[in-house]
Design a protein around this ligand. Structure first.
Ligand SMILES: C[S@@+](CC[C@H](N)C(=O)[O-])C[C@H]1O[C@@H](n2cnc3c(N)ncnc32)[C@H](O)[C@@H]1O
Length: 178
């Protein structure tokens, strides 16, 4: 490969990441291991299925799949570069309980399971609430890193030890005030 073709490839990859970050209003920032451990601690013991809305490079879903082999873990990611990297990392991690889907979580007609985790821009949190209201069963738990779902009532709001973010915890069925 010539220097020029490497440069062109790098520009295409960075361009793709930027275009999708603007389109989705979300930068693919990963949840690193300490923060992931804090999120995992709030996944109830009897959970069967967890979905990450916007699974990025795969950090959080791989950490959950490792920590909870008893749980079926699904990551949904639309941005092609983080998705491709997460697929490669999933192959290396070799976790049979991990599935990655390239899709827009707003359009994917799929049961998200008992627990949804997310770490998405505040401009997208209204969409997260709308999708969950349509697809998640009562009793399901939502763990949002950093941002609240507008109009929803959290049963917990926990400052994270790993950084300045809070975790917002919701339970479907009692997520609306009043
Ligand atoms: C801050 S990253 C979080 C990644 C991962 N959840 C983690 O904690 O390591 C948010 C991701 O959500 C993705 N995203 C945003 N809107 C989305 C949508 N509508 N459908 C699928 N993915 C989306 C972005 O592309 C980005 O990779």
């Amino acid at each position: 490969m010539t220097d020029l073709s490497v440069l062109v490839l790098v520009v295409i990859i960075l361009g793709l990441i930027a275009v999708y970050a603007i389109r989705l209003k979300a930068v693919p920032m990963p949840t690193l291991s300490k923060a992931a451990a804090e999120i995992i601690a709030y996944i109830p013991a009897d959970t069967k299925a967890v979905t990450d809305f916007g699974s990025g490079w795969g950090d959080l879903v791989i950490a959950i799949a490792r920590a909870r082999p008893d749980v079926s873990v699904t990551g949904i990611e639309l941005s092609p570069v983080p998705y491709a990297i997460s697929r490669m990392r999933a192959v290396l991690a070799a976790k049979p309980n991990l599935t990655l889907i390239r899709a827009d979580f707003r359009k994917l007609d799929r049961d998200p399971g008992d627990v949804v985790v997310c770490f998405i821009d505040p401009r997208v949190m209204g969409d997260v609430g709308d999708v969950l209201s349509q697809r998640m069963r009562d009793g399901g738990v939502v763990i949002s890193r950093g941002f609240a779902i507008p109009g929803w009532q959290a049963f917990g709001e926990v400052p994270m030890k790993a950084g300045p973010d809070r975790l917002y915890l919701y339970r479907m069925g009692s997520h609306k005030p009043g």
